[in-house]
Design a protein around this ligand. Structure first.
Ligand code: NAD
Length: 268
């Protein structure tokens, strides 16, 4: 049986991924700001360093079979800097910090959870995306907090950090594509992919939208006519974590009921 790290393990997609792995008999080292194996606030560099140390302690010298970096912060938060830090700098720090432990087993698997808003939101700040990808967290947080994209009033109220959210998820998807093909990952047997969900009724989303919201009246189209459940996304995260998933790397898989295809029919 294997050993896996799941960040954001206390809720939603992370909890569903943890259950799938545990049901197969694997050991899961959960990381979350809420109660779990390793409790850490991934929004700060110190919290991320503590998380990596806590995971190494739990591993007791062993290797990791996979990491699912699922933890994320929503666009409803007031602080766009925090949203950026949790959604981009946290998964990158955890994956880079544990790359050695992941490579040690010979067929490590890493998955991040991006979002289809990386492709569908018209509110992305391209300068912010470029700044994030330089790895300069201080400059990126400053840019995000400067709120350089003007938001329509209704969006500014319900999703004040939408620009930081969508920009962080786009940067994360780009990081996956660029990193997965480097020799440090690809030639070490390390596979790195992203799952990009659409509207999924995890606890945080459930509390943010009225309970009787009709999927056909959601702001973005959902061709399948239903909201996703955390298990629908966890299924694909779990597939990418399996040793048998051995010829796919650097991919961004949309799990969104068809939203991305409907909004970007010319996209790839
Ligand atoms: P959720 O709120 O149910 O779970 C998120 C988890 O991350 C929680 O357990 C939370 O405690 C943890 N977390 C948040 N901030 C943290 C921090 N600073 N340090 C440590 N842990 C922290 O949400 P979810 O819907 O399951 O989200 C999982 C991932 O899916 C996120 O990356 C989210 O951006 C992404 N996503 C979700 C949707 C959706 O509609 N639910 C859509 C697109 C992308």
């Amino acid at each position: 049986m294997g050993t896996y790290v799941v960040t954001g393990s206390a809720s939603g997609i992370g909890a569903a991924t943890t259950h799938l792995l545990e049901d197969e008999g694997h050991t899961v080292i959960g990381v979350d700001v809420l109660e779990t194996t390793v409790r850490a606030d991934l929004s700060t560099p110190q919290g991320r360093a503590d998380a990596v140390t806590g995971i190494r302690t739990a591993l007791r010298g062993g290797h990791l079979d996979g990491i699912a970096a699922v933890a994320g912060a929503g666009a409803h938060l007031d602080d766009p800097g925090k949203v950026l830090a949790v959604n981009y700098f946290a998964p990158v720090a955890v994956l880079e910090g544990l790359r050695r432990e992941l490579a040690a087993g010979g067929e490590g698997r890493a998955v991040v959870v991006s979002s289809n808003s990386a492709g569908t939101a018209p509110l992305i700040d391209e300068t912010l995306v470029r700044t994030v990808l330089t790895g300069d967290e201080e400059a990126a947080l400053e840019r995000a907090r400067g709120r350089h994209i003007e938001l329509p009033e209704e969006i500014a109220e319900s999703a004040p950090s939408i620009t930081a959210y969508a920009s962080s998820k786009l940067a994360l998807s780009l990081w996956v594509r660029r990193t997965a093909v480097t020799a440090e990952w690809a030639r070490e047997g390390l596979l790195l992919n992203a799952v990009a969900p659409g509207a999924v009724l995890s606890p945080s989303v459930r509390s943010a939208i009225p309970p009787d919201t009709d999927p056909d009246n959601f702001p973005t189209p959902i061709p399948l006519g239903v909201f996703g459940q955390p298990e629908d996304v966890a299924f694909w995260v779990h597939q990418f974590l399996r040793p048998q998933a051995r010829f796919t790397t650097g991919t961004v898989l949309y799990v969104d009921g068809g939203t991305d295809a409907a909004m970007r029919p010319e996209g790839s």
